[in-house]
Design a protein around this ligand. Structure first.
Ligand code: SAH
Length: 350
């Protein structure tokens, strides 16, 4: 058998590289647009499907390239309507996406992963326990949107309306692919999805927050704050050692100055750790430098017994203390917990 040369993932090519490729293959320029459409918009998995390309071109492409796509491996539905989708990557790694419908508001939020695992080891998060296996490619991030959007259409007769980069992994540590995936999803010749309805959630990497403000100023940003002083934050988020609250607040101020996007603080309410009125006062002080909304998140157990969720009365008192200081605060109840689809629970229990 002839040894096949290793074929390249065609979805790693930029638009310009596709143009160059088409030219090099002696094809008219408009073929580049057709090819790009098949790869990105029309979701082709094989070159044979590209019926408006000449047969010979399809064959030549197939000899040199592959179009790796993620495949649905498992679909679970929560009693509350939340879907968890487990996808298998071409090298057998597994990742998860979540679709959270709020039908009464016509809101269908997709939560995408950006890495297999995560390198940050936040103590309250199940993904952190996996460590980082590898980065997701642009195609693997975009595919989550394409496939979940299809499911959403089929099931709810409605497209995905919001995308949050809050699944497995730290988006700002897979920066290039995260930004590029947003560009593809938002671009008019991609899926024309408004960046105003996209939110990146980060554990807080100051340098990358500034970069994001420069590169992609229309997206929204959520900071996983979870503690309002460095002492406590160091205890639960190792990343805080190199990106302390001063550095983060300065970076967020820069983002707020440059960007049209909104900033949210996410704050998991952890019983007897960060849920006192003193903590609320410290948190309020962090809200003065730029417009920000606070999201109080219910803790989802990850099975290690390290933390417990705060009592409802504590959460309410905490929220009231913030509201009294004219801070916009929402309390987010967990969705999809019965299927391990809630925040911090994505870890591929096999
Ligand atoms: N790395 C990014 C995105 C992934 S985590 C980030 O840190 O923001 C998405 C959100 O889920 C974050 O706010 C994270 O802190 C939160 N989360 C993690 N573990 C959780 C848990 N056990 N219960 C509730 N929320 C959790």
């Amino acid at each position: 058998m002839p040894v096949m040369a290793e074929r390249t993932n065609i979805r790693l090519l930029s638009r310009q590289q596709i143009r160059d490729l088409v030219e090099e293959m002696g094809q008219p320029r408009f073929r580049a647009g057709q090819l790009y459409q098949w790869i990105w918009q029309r979701g082709a998995a094989h070159f044979e499907e590209m019926t408006n390309l000449p047969k010979s071109l399809r064959t030549q492409l197939a000899q040199r390239f592959v179009i790796p796509r993620i495949r649905l491996d498992k679909l679970t539905r929560s009693v509350d309507g939340t879907f968890k989708l487990r996808f298998r990557l071409h090298d057998d790694h597994l990742i998860e996406s979540v679709l959270i419908p709020v039908a009464k508001d016509n809101r269908y939020t997709l939560c995408v992963s950006t890495q297999v695992g995560c390198s940050l080891h936040c103590t309250f998060c199940a993904t952190g326990k996996m460590g980082l296996r590898r980065q997701l490619t642009v195609g693997e991030i975009v595919d989550q949107y394409v496939l979940v959007n299809r499911l959403c259409q089929e099931h709810y007769g409605h497209p995905v309306t919001n995308i949050v980069y809050m699944g497995m992994g730290e988006p700002l540590l897979n920066y290039k692919n995260t930004i590029e995936s947003i560009a593809r999803i938002a671009s008019p010749d991609g899926y024309h999805f408004s960046p105003r309805r996209i939110t990146i959630s980060t554990a807080g990497i100051a340098k990358q927050i500034r970069r994001l403000a420069d590169d992609s100023p229309r997206v929204n940003l959520a900071l996983s704050l979870h503690a309002a002083d460095d002492f406590k934050r160091n205890e639960i988020m190792a990343i805080n050692a190199s990106n302390n609250l001063d550095a983060l607040m300065a970076a967020l101020e820069y983002f707020a100055g440059k960007s049209k996007g909104h900033i949210t603080f996410e704050y998991i309410m952890l019983k007897d750790f960060n849920d006192t009125l003193e903590d609320a006062t410290r948190l309020a002080a962090l809200c003065r430098r730029f417009p920000v909304k606070v999201n109080l998140i219910e803790y989802n157990p990850t099975g290690d017994g390290l933390f417990e969720k705060s009592a409802e009365s504590r959460v309410n008192a905490f929220a009231a203390a913030l509201a009294a200081k004219r801070i916009t605060v929402t309390v987010r109840r967990s969705r999809g917990r019965d299927i391990d689809a809630a925040c911090g629970q994505l870890a591929n229990k096999r």
